[in-house]
Ligand binder design. Structure first.
Ligand code: NI
Length: 170
C-alpha cells in the first residue's frame, strides 16, 4: 500500500483522456488499493486514476457516512440518466479548497467491470450519482471547474498558478 501524489489543477495532465483497462491483474488491484488509501487519507469521496497520472478508466469512491463502503469502477459507462437534475456543491482533490455548484443528473445507471473483470451495474442517486459523474468526467480529461463561469475559472486558475510559483521559489 502506498499513498499516491495527486495532480493539482491546472496541470495539463488532468486533461488526458483515459484508455479502457484491458489487463485485470495484480498491478490493477494494487493501483485500486493505493487509490482508495490515497482517497481516504485525503478525506475525499472519489478519485479517478487520471488524478494520480494513470490514464486508464478506473475510479474509486466511497460516499457512505461510515467510510466503509469502498467501490471500484472499471471502464464505467453511463447507461441511463434522469432528466431531473440537482445542483450540488462539488469539490475535488485536484482543486483543493474550491467548492462550487454544478448541475448534474439526479439519478443514473452505470455499467462497469469490477476488479475480477465481471460486468456489474449500479443505480445511483444524489451524492453517489454526482460523485460518479464527477469522476467519469476526470476520465474524459474534464475538471469540474470547467463548468463554472469563465471569470470564476480564470480566478481559480490564477490562484493556483500563483501558489505553485510561490512554492517553487521557496
Ligand atoms: Ni475531482
Amino acid at each position: 500500500m502506498a499513498l499516491l501524489s495527486i495532480l493539482c489543477y491546472p496541470d495539463a495532465r488532468l486533461h488526458t483522456v483515459a484508455k479502457p483497462v484491458s489487463a485485470f491483474d495484480r498491478d490493477l488491484e494494487v493501483l485500486a488499493q493505493d487509490m482508495l488509501e490515497t482517497m481516504y487519507d485525503s478525506n475525499g469521496i472519489g478519485l479517478a486514476a487520471t488524478q494520480v497520472d494513470v490514464h486508464q478508466r478506473l475510479i474509486v469512491m466511497d460516499t457512505s457516512e461510515e467510510r466503509n463502503a469502498p467501490l471500484v469502477l472499471i471502464n464505467p459507462e453511463l447507461i441511463e440518466k434522469s432528466e431531473e437534475t440537482l445542483i450540488a456543491e462539488e469539490g475535488c482533490l485536484s482543486v483543493p479548497g474550491i467548492f462550487d455548484g454544478v448541475e448534474r443528473a439526479k439519478e443514473i445507471r452505470v455499467s462497469y467491470l469490477d476488479l475480477q473483470g465481471q460486468r456489474q451495474s449500479l443505480h445511483a442517486s444524489d451524492l453517489q450519482a454526482v460523485c460518479i459523474q464527477h469522476e467519469m468526467d476526470h476520465l474524459m480529461g474534464r475538471v469540474f471547474v470547467e463548468y463554472l463561469s469563465f471569470l470564476k475559472r480564470s480566478r481559480i486558475k490564477s490562484k493556483f498558478l500563483k501558489a505553485q510559483r510561490q512554492n517553487s521559489r521557496d
